[in-house]
Design a protein around this ligand. Sequence first.
Ligand SMILES: Nc1ncnc2c1ncn2[C@@H]1O[C@H](COP(=O)(O)OP(=O)(O)OP(=O)(O)O)[C@@H](O)[C@H]1O
Ligand SMILES: [Mg+2]
Length: 295
Amino acid sequence: MKKYRDIAGDGGSNIVGQVEAQQARLRSRLAGVRRIVAVVSGKGGVGKSSVTANLAAAFALAGWSVGVLDADLNGPSIAKMLGLRGRSLAVGADGVDPPRSALGVKAMSMDLLLPGDATPLTWAATTQAESHTWRGTMEANALREFLADTAWGALDLLILDLPPGTDRLVTVAGLVPALDGTVLVTIPSEVSHLIVKKSITVARQTGAPVLGLVENMAGYACPDCGAINPLFSGPGGAALAAEFGIPFLGAVPFDPRMAAAADRGEAFVAAGIDSPAARALLAVADALRARLAPR
Ligand SMILES: Nc1ncnc2c1ncn2[C@@H]1O[C@H](COP(=O)(O)OP(=O)(O)OP(=O)(O)O)[C@@H](O)[C@H]1O
Ligand SMILES: [Mg+2]
């Protein structure tokens, strides 16, 4: 059996050259993108995608041109939340045209490429059992292709919606020419804080500014009575932000109408419902805008 050291180069496939060419394409593709912000938490299910979709909508309502890259290849939800499921992708002379939501938010997601609801993403490997060995590399390559092959055009802001997992940010941050900042999402539970703390460390390690922490599901906003009742017994997000010396962008209560709007593919902030959750999301967008460097 041959060992790696017996093989000269990469067998003629020029992988390094291919990656360099793709990196160059990616840089020129993103030249018209003014700011790139990643939404992360480490913890699953805390509302990263909901916050992403609503921030994108809030910025679009404020007149910004916005794009969202769904960096969650295995559990993509952005297309659904932006009402883009089932849209076919048009390939123009300049690459793949990202579909636009009702508010004009451009999005690219693995969900737009996979046929049918129940088709999971699988990687080409001799056996699926063996594919996990290459998963990290293949995911990074797929995301690089997403970024490089999408005709994003001129954008004021590109938001990257990350999957759960504290390690993912490092991969994604390494793909873009420059990350303008990270937004962390938590819920008020010790279990979430435990993991989000690790993500704050990783976010700092990227060298990009930590733009702030959003506390989601901060109490239950009763749609009928207007009261906000406690939902979790854990520590508050403002205290966590203060402990780590990062900005606190705001607390968004749980409102069943927000989940229903996401299921309909409608941005809750634009659904015309006057609720504490919608107001909080708009305030988070304002706080974030204030922290983004003018470009
Ligand atoms: N403040 C909220 N009020 C009501 N429902 C919410 C709220 N935040 C999130 N949800 C709902 O909770 C579910 C999980 O949210 P979401 O998919 O945004 O989490 P996530 O952190 O992106 O999950 P994952 O880790 O799987 O990517 C969704 O059905 C969403 O609509
Ligand atoms: Mg998500």
